[in-house]
Design a protein. Sequence first.
Length: 300
Amino acid sequence: MAISTDHHRLSEAKTELRFNKQDLNNQMEKIVGLEISLEIQEREFEKIREASQKFIQTKLKRRRENLHLDSNQLEIQQLDTDLSITLGKKIFKFSFADSRQEKLKEKLLNSSQSRGQVLSSLIKLKDSSRIKGLYETIEVRDGWNACAKRIIYTEKELSSYESLKWPKSRAEKDRIKIEISLAKSEGELEELNNETEKLTKEIQQKTEISRSIHSLSKLTFHEIGGDDKQEFQIYTDDELDSMDKDTIQGEIDDLKEKIQNANPNLSVFEDYRICEKEYLASVRDFEEITSKRDECKKGW
């Protein structure tokens, strides 16, 4: 009855590990996709920043070189208005890109938290009565050792019966019953060992998945082609001459502030490393239990 209960527990543990494995794989795929999207957004933002700085610096340089020229005041106001509208649109694009980056960072954080929950469930599984029950069940083999000794004793008794001319049929029946009982017990032990080995392999697979996820923290950003490049408006010399220096400088300051606030928060990787250390510690404990089980096998 105890062997059947342990077998049922092993089946439940195997099912739970399979679901956790699938969930962990899904979370890993989502994280890779989010990191790629974040990489694309950061590179697009960097291109816009560099192009904007270069563009504005060029206009400032030309404005200083041609500052002595004067033009109609109405035309100057009109060009300043056009420039403000154009740069305002660029600022709006920066804000939109920044908003998309915030959403990506939020998704990445949520995925890391989900991955931490999966690791936590594995730790709880290791500490549960299911694994401990496996270790306790191994002690049943002490009774099987006693059965083996009883067979040897019965065979000796059988020899004595023969020498004393006792009926042999009774001793033979006892020996057959004991051998059948021992064979049944050995079959149950083999089945239990097979289930334990399957569970051990699944734990090892979880460890490999965890190591693969750990390697994600070492990914480097690569530029991915296929995206439309943003084109900037080209102004004539007269248009550049009409631009106001203070207005352009103010826009530069606004862009610098947005760039400083666009740095991604990568602290979620540190949280994941902590969860991973706890998970590896639980795996080591399980390996110790398996080692003790193997030692019991050798003694048996």
